[in-house]
Design a protein around this ligand. Structure first.
Ligand SMILES: [Mn+2]
Length: 487
């Protein structure tokens, strides 16, 4: 068996047993999202994994585990556990990267000044010594965009920003450039307060701010950062209250079912079993939030009777897993939940069976849409009377994503490779059909609205057909209920 196959098998054994453990878990700890996000960010961002180090003068240290320093992990001649130098030398090994979304963390100074939490936003504060009404704040925010919001969750828009923050006016981000140009035409000899040394947004800096600075309508530029840090150093009483709470959270225990707790549990279980960290910010979405495909806020309480969808995987020595399960938090599917779950599961199993060397991911995707359509008609989510074209269209609305992607060192692995190529032995793909019924889709019977379900396994393509690497992770509806109930 080649080294990478051993590694993948081990990785999926770890992940599958993590899932079993998470599914049957009752939260005994108080671990909240704030702390975890910080840890998660620092590890992903800096790419520095510190290994416990006992000092020794005779052993050469390296920036990563090596046979000399970590004999329990890695053997002589290996670069990655199980993968030899020789394998790396083979010309077929090409490393690629891809755009996995990081958890977004707002710029601290910006957040301090206005509290607005969306990316790609800019705050302009105007002050005039000559006027009585001498302060004005304008917030530039991302434009409302239904297509993007379907994937990333709602945007506040200009009216939302005004309602939330108390700034004097709000405009779309696109208007910033013309707003500043107009300001420069109307005013001369103003002081510009802007961090030109460490600009937060490179694109904005080169395309808008440098242009403005070169016009030389200003009489001087001052850096905002030292002033803001001075302001932030001493906390207000409201800030002190928040600081107390954040410290308290780290030590108290909660018993509620909470998305943050499940995230923490998964991270904990994966590390316990030898993985380095979670491969990506997991989706832990209770109830209707499962319908936001890239929901990663993971900060809500999950109500009794709701499903929770968790899409999570870990990274082991640079290799990733990517699984999704959906389960009822109270241990019992309601009838409509079970109907949708069984429909998704039937399609998922059929799609796994299609993972042979005669097909491509795109072909399996087209097949998935047909199969899902049939299932949705069978249980009455979609009417039996609609045309074949409309059926595919409606199905695509209820499952707006592809059937799967390549998986490997990146979660969305080798992304420049087309999904039209035929599957070959040694490829690993995800198979992850889902059904997401929008809460306001009046064409669907009411009992199904707001339910979101996805089931995802990791499939190794072999000469003999598909091999489900994540088959140990519970997936049958009864099995899921039993696991959650701890039977
Ligand atoms: Mn996936």
């Amino acid at each position: 068996m080649p080294a990478y196959a051993v590694l993948h098998r081990r990785l999926h054994q770890i992940t599958a047993s993590c899932w079993q453990s998470v599914l049957s878990w009752k939260p005994p700890y108080d671990i909240r999202a704030t702390w975890l996000q910080c840890r998660f960010l620092s590890m992903i961002g800096s790419n520095k994994i510190q290994c416990p180090w006992t000092s020794s003068h005779s052993v050469r240290r390296f920036g990563q585990p090596a046979a000399q320093t970590h004999p329990h992990l890695i053997s002589v001649g290996e670069v990655t556990p199980g993968i030899t130098m020789e394998e790396y030398r083979r010309p077929s090994k090409v490393f690629m990267t891809n755009d996995i979304p990081y958890p977004f963390r707002q710029n601290t100074d910006f957040l301090y000044l206005c509290g607005f939490q969306e990316p790609d936003s800019v705050l302009v504060i105007l002050s005039s010594l000559s006027s009585t009404d001498n302060h004005k704040s304008v917030l530039f925010v991302p434009k409302k965009d239904p297509d993007k919001e379907l994937w990333d969750g709602p945007r506040s828009g200009t009216d939302g920003a005004l309602f939330l923050t108390g700034v004097d006016s709000a405009l779309n981000f696109e208007e910033l450039e013309s707003y500043l140009a107009q300001f420069c035409r109307d005013h001369g000899q103003f002081m510009l307060w802007y961090d030109y040394i460490q600009p937060v947004q490179t694109h904005l800096h080169t395309h808008v701010m440098c242009e403005m600075i070169h016009q030389e309508r200003h009489k001087g530029i001052e850096n905002t950062t030292p002033l803001l840090h001075q302001l932030r150093l001493k906390k207000s009483s409201a800030e002190i209250e928040l600081m107390k709470q954040t410290v308290e959270i780290a030590s108290n225990a909660f018993m509620e079912v909470n998305e943050a707790h499940l995230w923490a549990k998964m991270d904990f279980e994966c590390r316990l079993r030898g993985a380095q960290y979670l491969a990506y910010p997991p989706v832990v979405a209770g109830g209707v939030r499962a319908n936001t495909i890239h929901y990663i806020a993971n900060n809500q309480v999950i109500a009794d009777g709701e499903l929770v969808l968790m899409d999570a995987g870990c990274e082991l020595h640079g290799y990733t897993s990517d699984l999704t399960r959906t389960w009822p938090v109270n241990g019992k599917f309601s009838l409509p939940q079970r109907e949708l779950y069984e429909a998704t599961l039937a399609v998922q199993k059929a799609c796994i069976a299609l993972c042979t060397t005669t097909r491509s991911l795109d072909q399996i995707y087209r097949q998935m849409l047909v199969l899902l359509g049939v299932q949705l008609q069978k249980i009455g989510v979609l009417p039996r009377t609609i045309s074949a074209t409309d059926l595919v269209k409606r199905t695509r609305e209820l499952c707006p994503h592809h059937v799967g992607h390549y998986l490997g060192m990146d979660v969305h692995d080798t992304a420049s490779m087309s999904r039209t190529i035929q599957l070959q032995p040694g490829m690993i793909v995800t198979i992850e059909p889902g059904i997401y019924v929008p809460v306001n889709d009046t064409l669907v019977p009411k009992k199904y609205r707001g339910i979101g379900i996805r089931i995802e396994d990791n499939i190794l393509i072999t000469e003999d057909g598909p091999l489900n690497l994540s088959q140990k992770c519970p997936k049958e509806a009864d099995e899921i209920e039993n696991t959650v109930q701890g039977r």
